[in-house]
Structures are given as C-alpha cells and as structure tokens.
Write a protein that binds this ligand. Structure first.
Ligand code: 9ZP
Length: 333
C-alpha cells in the first residue's frame, strides 16, 4: 500500500460553498503549500472577487496543535484591520475542509521576489521596511507579537504594497517578567533569548525583522549552518558576516537589530528613525517589474528634478527604460 503523505491528500472540489452565507467560490490555481494545507486562488462567483484560500483538511484540525493554531489565527485576524496586515475575510467548512478566506496578494511573497532577484537594493528595502514597520507597530500596539516574521510571510499586492501575513504563531505579548517559553518560529531567524527559552517578546520580533532585512539585502540569511547545533551557536554568539557591499548605514542598522541583548535592540520607532531609513532615498511606489529585475531610480537632486518629465507614470521614482533604450509607454493594470 502506498503511504498517504500530505501531498497525496485528495484535492478539494472545484467549487466550495459557504453553507451559512450561501456564497459559492470557484477554486483557481494552486498558490502553494501552507503550513497546514494547500493555498488556492479562489473567485466568489457572484461578485467575481478574488481571495487567497487556505484549505485545511478537517482531519488535520483534529490534531490539537494545528487546531489551536488555526483557531488563534482566525480569532486574532478577525479583529485586526490595517493596510499592512493581511485581512481575513471569513471562514467556512465544506466537504471536510476548513477554508480561511484571506486577502489575495497577487505578486506573491518577498521570498518569491528575492528568489527571482537574488537580492534587493537599499531603496527597495527601505520602501518595504517602512510598510512592514507600520503593520508591526499596529500588531505590537494591540499587545501582539508575531513570532514568525520572515520574507515568505511578507506578501505583495497587485499595487506593490507589502502586508504581514500568517498570524498563526502570533500571540499576546507576555506581561513583563513572564515570557512565552515555547520554541517556535523559523530556526534561522530565532533570537538568542528565544533559543534560551527566555521567551519571545517585542525585541525578538525586531531580531527576526533584522534577519529579514539582512537576507533581502544580501540574498542569504545572517545565520546559516548545515546542522542545527552550529546554527544555534552562531545565533547565540551573534556571529554573522557583514558583506562589504552593504552601506555603512545598513550595517549599523543590522548590527543594532541583531544585538544579542534584547534590551539593547532598537524599538520599532527606533528602527523607523534610524539613519538607514531617514537619510537614504525611498521610492514612493515600486513598479511591478521590480518583482523580476532591478528597478532604476533617479533618486538624487538635481538630476531628479531635471528628469521629472521622464519619470514613470506611477510616480515611483523609477525611469521606465525599454530594451531599446527608449521610454516605455505607460502600461495599464
Ligand atoms: N508564487 C510563486 C512564485 C512562487 C505565486 O505564484 C503566488 C501567487 C500569489 O497570488 C497570485 C500568492 C502567493 C504566491 N498570493 C497570496 N499568497 C498568500 C496569501 C495571500 N496571497 N496569504 C494571505 N495570508 N497568508 C498568505 C498565504 C496563505 C494564503 N499566501 C501564500 C503562502 C504560500 C502559498 C500562498
């Protein structure tokens, strides 16, 4: 007999029905495998609205750990409303699947973009980081820590805005003196205090965000090792290489966010006010082609003013250049 792995689960039906509201959803393409089930693009048949649906086989929900996580994600996200946090639009069960209807971010995750690009430029990282900080300040302001910040949880919308997703591990920040002890999250981004079971508080989110900034700028994670014990030794000692291609301000920010002592790390307001964010050029918008290739910015005055007439119609500070060297015509989206 062939053992049934997660991948061998039968696909959900072509149509999914929310029997409470009567809404019918057509299943579209597979977006990827989430932690507990497959994710599909779905269309609400009457309105034509698109969503990202997380379909979790009910058999898996019976496992206490998964059931709890899904329940928590549902409960947390129901009350959260912010332009940089992925919205949960609703949930229902149909033929053995729990379906979480989430906001569709049609350009995939920053991890997908990084895979296509190798690494991102500093202006782009400033652009995304500002939005992520805004979403994270909202979460922290609601007394929540995310606990699994990483590039694959940062989702990019059609209009190139970034949103924080996957709140399955998010929890209420523990009161001072009492911190959560469980070891969870992505191993490479675990903060030293989390490894030492001193709990995950706001500074541990700042650490993970620092790891994400480093990864976006260099194309690889700050802490890498073939085996877990070595990885954890490096994290505990905060031993990582700072490649010379990084600007002094980027290095300074990373070093501050990756301070082994949680209390020494900057607050989110501190990150926002860091010279890396306040002094470099930050585009107002990014062109969709930045998902695949390096955007060209004309960020320096007075050249910027001179070339204003040449600027991209999106107002993103990029100069649309066609392969032939001429200006690209405006595209419609
Ligand atoms: N990715 C390939 C390049 C590898 C995609 O094609 C792709 C396309 C997407 O939209 C068309 C997409 C993700 C990947 N969209 C999307 N994914 C989400 C998501 C929203 N939008 N989320 C909302 N909350 N959590 C996330 C999560 C689960 C639905 N994801 C992705 C995580 C892995 C697969 C889907």
């Amino acid at each position: 007999m062939v053992p049934r792995s997660a991948g061998a689960e039968p696909p959900p039906a072509w149509y999914l029905r929310d029997w409470d509201s009567g809404a019918l959803y057509k299943r579209g393409r597979l977006l990827g495998e989430g932690t507990f089930g497959r994710c599909y693009q779905v269309t609400e048949v009457t309105s034509g609205r698109l969503y990202a649906a997380k379909l979790i086989p009910r058999a898996r929900l019976a496992t206490a750990a998964i059931g709890d996580r899904v329940e928590r994600e549902r409960e947390l996200q129901r009350h959260l409303r912010h332009r940089h946090i992925v919205r949960l639009h609703g949930h229902f069960t149909d033929r053995g699947h729990l379906c979480l209807l989430l906001e569709l971010c049609s350009r995939g995750s920053l991890a997908d973009i990084l895979r296509a690009r190798g690494r991102l430029t500093e202006p782009e990282v400033r652009y995304y980081l500002r939005q992520l900080l805004s979403g994270l300040r909202y979460l922290h302001g609601h007394g929540l820590v995310h606990r699994d910040l990483k590039l694959s949880n940062f989702l990019v919308t059609e209009r190139m805005r970034v949103k924080i997703g996957d709140l399955g591990l998010a929890r209420r920040a523990a009161p001072p003196g009492r911190r959560w002890g469980a070891l969870c999250g992505t191993p490479a981004y675990l903060a030293p205090e989390v490894l030492e079971r001193r709990g995950h508080a706001v500074p541990s989110d700042v650490w993970a965000l620092g790891c994400a900034v480093y990864t976006a700028l260099t194309g690889h994670a700050p802490f890498e090792a073939r085996h877990r014990p070595e990885l954890y030794r490096r994290i505990r000692g905060a031993r990582y290489p700072l490649p010379p291609q990084l600007s002094p301000r980027a290095r300074a920010l990373i070093a501050h966010m990756l301070d082994p002592e949680p209390a020494a790390r900057p607050s989110l307001a501190g990150v926002l006010g860091h010279p890396f964010l306040t002094q470099g050029f930050t585009p107002q918008a990014l062109p969709p082609r930045a998902c695949h290739s390096v955007p060209i910015f004309v960020g320096q005055e007075p050249l910027r003013r001179i070339l204003r007439g040449l600027r991209c119609w999106r107002g993103c500070g990029c100069v649309p250049v066609t392969p032939g060297g001429g200006r690209a015509p405006p595209q419609s989206t």
